[in-house]
Design a protein around this ligand. Structure first.
Ligand SMILES: Nc1nc2c(ncn2[C@@H]2O[C@H](COP(=O)(O)OP(=O)(O)OP(=O)(O)O)[C@@H](O)[C@H]2O)c(=O)[nH]1
Ligand SMILES: [Mg+2]
Length: 396
């Protein structure tokens, strides 16, 4: 059972399955599945087909209805795949039931995200955090997953081999969780001491949905070389750089991206990485304006910030990938004046919503970066002013 922790193999063929409630639009599901497909691709899997179903609520036994499961099964007999990925979190029993029915590996969105995180983890801290989240995710699902073995093993009232196996696995996992927690506490102590040394500086954190361009902006603003890539969760570890603009120093941190339905345990075990966000003075909330669901993504980020109790910090909304937005939305025959009007309306709308705290940029084309620098500088200066009201210059 513990082999569920194993990574997805490269080039595995996958089938995606999503369910939407009656009131949701199909368009929304398509976009959800696009994201799931991108996640699968990031994990190294190739999507062969996508299935979806409209249901008032998911089936407690098999998540999708009986008919849909039959349909998937029929497809699989003609087009063998290596795994089926569900867009929502499944219970242990559901995983087991579907797996028995389809005779193929079944994972859910959380599994997939955990897998990507495991693959991407570079530092000891990130590795321990991911492993902890994986075991915590697995623990409540053990019983369901073992159930069919139990049925085959002992009769009513007997302790079949399945039961012993569950107990053994559960004990191993609990011990592992305790060990990982202890190790994480030790690592946290070290990073806390490191962070404490930075006390005098105003701290700015880049936050946002995954793949919006945080690391690209970090590199641009700090002239550093943080890994940026068109994959989800390219960044798992926090990178911090000291920057000085016009004699004003501050610290800029790049952080892990957020996503819709981020597994709860992952947020919990990444708490220490996310401390950078919690302890920062200013947030740069980066948005990929070219993404069709960018407004939803803003909501997801705001909700996650709320969970971290970081929602009330001074924030600049950085609308990135303007170049892509324009190449997607502006017809080449469109007159410049019309383009300018569209830009100006968009700007006006967000200026109102953010009370003037927004900038529209393109990190890759280096457009409007000076305006972004200026906005950051103003916010940083305001923060120093509040922290050290009697100082007029800030040299450290
Ligand atoms: N067209 C365009 N692409 C951009 C822009 N900024 C970033 N990108 C691309 O978007 C992809 C993601 O960029 P990253 O900087 O890795 O994004 P991130 O927010 O750090 O992503 P995670 O670390 O995965 O959360 C990369 O392929 C970048 O080259 C931009 O302004 N325009
Ligand atoms: Mg990044």
């Amino acid at each position: 059972m513990l082999d569920r922790i194993n990574n997805i193999q490269k080039e595995e063929k996958a089938i995606l399955v999503g369910v939407i409630q009656k009131e949701q639009k199909e368009q929304q599901l398509t976009e959800y599945l696009d994201e799931l497909q991108f996640l699968a691709e990031t994990a190294g899997a190739i999507t062969m087909k996508r299935f979806f179903q409209k249901l008032p609520h998911p089936d407690s036994r098999t998540f999708v209805g009986k008919g849909k499961l039959e349909e998937i099964k029929t497809y699989l007999t003609i087009n063998p795949a290596d795994l089926v990925i569900f867009d929502d979190e499944l219970t242990g029993a559901q995983i087991n039931n579907i797996q028995t029915e389809l005779n193929v590996k079944v994972i859910d969105r959380s599994d997939l995200i955990l897998d990507i995180f495991a693959r991407r983890a570079r530092t000891a801290q990130a590795r321990v955090q991911v492993e902890l989240a994986q075991y915590q995710y697995l623990l409540p699902r053990l019983r369901g997953m073992w159930k069919h073995l139990e049925r085959q093993g002992g009769g009513i009232g007997t302790r079949g081999p399945g039961e012993t196996e569950i107990e053994t696995d559960r004990r191993i996992i609990k011990e592992k969780i305790a060990l990982l927690r202890k190790r994480l506490t030790e690592i946290d102590k070290q990073s806390f001491t490191q962070r404490k040394d930075r006390g005098a500086f105003i701290r700015v954190a880049l936050v946002g949905y995954t793949n919006v361009g945080k690391s690209t902006l970090m590199n641009l603003l700090s002239k550093s070389e943080v890994f940026a890539e068109n994959k989800l969760f390219a960044t798992l570890d926090t990178t911090t750089r000291k920057i000085v603009y016009e004699n004003t120093p501050f610290l800029l941190s790049d952080t892990v991206g957020f996503i819709r339905k981020l597994p709860h345990h992952l947020v919990e075990s990444f708490k220490s990485t996310l401390d950078e966000v919690r302890e920062s003075d200013i947030l740069l909330h980066v948005v990929d304006i070219s993404h069709p669901q960018y407004e939803d993504q803003i909501k997801v980020v705001n909700k996650t910030l709320q969970e971290l109790k970081a929602q009330d910090k001074p924030t600049i909304m950085v609308f990135n990938k303007m170049d892509l937005y324009e190449s997607q939305n502006f017809d080449q025959w469109l007159e410049d004046s019309v383009k300018e009007q569209i830009r100006s309306e968009m700007r006006q709308r967000w200026e109102n919503e953010t009370r003037g705290n927004c900038v529209f940029v393109s990190a890759t084309e280096r457009k409007n970066i000076d305006e972004l620098r200026e906005s950051i500088l103003n916010k940083v200066r305001e923060s120093y002013q509040i922290r050290y009201p009697y100082k007029s210059e800030f040299f450290f």
